[in-house]
Design a binder for this molecule. Structure first.
Ligand code: ADP
Ligand code: MG
Length: 255
């Protein structure tokens, strides 16, 4: 763990009853760095996301964001630290209130962040532009937007608080291939322009490859292999990683 890491997860253990979901996982994400986490369904990826976001407490090990335990960031005093850590979910349709217009959802995040009412409409328009959406779409309800547009609204809402790190849990899994690529291009762009860091989670190594500088392969709650994305892609050490890679390149199916 480097001292400069924005997010550091150190030998984390998490149990659900007698099921061991994470068994000694460590990772670090530095400022402006994109770290990918790949693994099959049930390997513990979402559990790690929830620990990183402070939605769960670990049974062992430590999680730190900006030197703080995210599970203990509470109340008004910690709002400025909380604001730096945001989430992009897998299913934006489930995470956006169907009764709120897209712009209202983003405005609500701005309000929680303390942006004064008078500046909010302009800030919403700015955030929509930042994620490549026409500001006019702010007037639409979630049911009137495509999956790709909704995911951009979710990113705009996450950006509303000026985060340093986005935890993205399978953000492209519900999108068709074209919308996947456009969302990944947007996230890459945001990193390059504003130095945003990512913990980017996917079951698909091909998706992670687009964005991540480094990749960790999770299996049964343990890190099986990790390395620079290019190295791992060129020469995976573990047969399981090779299988993921073959699935990603479409040569064979993962069994
Ligand atoms: P992934 O996101 O990689 O699919 P999860 O972190 O969701 O994996 O789940 C890891 C393991 O923990 C799985 O075996 C899953 O069934 C179990 N699990 C996840 N959440 C809960 C929960 N709230 N209660 C009980 N078991 C859970
Ligand atoms: Mg998951």
């Amino acid at each position: 763990m480097t001292a400069s890491a924005l997010l550091s997860v150190d030998r984390v253990v998490k149990r659900y009853g007698d099921r061991l979901a994470l068994d000694g996982v460590s990772l670090a994400v530095g400022p402006g760095e994109a770290v990918g986490l790949v693994g099959e369904s049930g390997s513990g990826k979402s559990t790690l996301a929830r620990l990183a976001l402070g939605l769960l407490a670990p049974d062992g090990g430590t999680v730190r964001f900006a030197g703080r335990d995210p599970y203990r960031l509470r109340g008004a005093r910690d709002r400025s630290v909380r604001a730096r850590l945001q989430f992009v979910p897998q299913h934006p349709r489930g995470s956006l209130n169907p009764a709120l217009r897209a712009g209202e959802a983003v405005a609500f995040a701005l309000r929680l962040h303390g942006t004064p009412r008078r500046g909010r409409a302009e800030a919403v328009a700015g955030l929509f532009r930042q994620v490549g959406l026409e500001p006019a779409l702010a007037a639409r309800y979630p049911r009137e937007l495509s999956g790709g547009q909704l995911q951009r609204v979710a990113v705009a809402r996450a950006l509303a608080t000026g985060p340093d790190l986005l935890v993205c849990d399978e953000p492209t899994s519900a999108l068709d291939r074209g919308a996947q690529v456009r969302l990944l291009d947007l996230l890459t762009d945001l990193r390059e322009r504003s130095g945003l860091g990512y913990l980017f989670i996917s079951h698909d190594l091909a998706v992670v490859r687009h964005l991540a500088h480094r990749v960790l392969v999770l299996r049964h709650g343990r890190v099986l292999e990790e390395g620079r994305t290019a190295d791992l892609w060129a020469a995976p050490a573990h047969p399981y990683t090779r299988a993921l890679l073959e699935a990603a390149t479409g040569r064979t199916t993962l069994t």
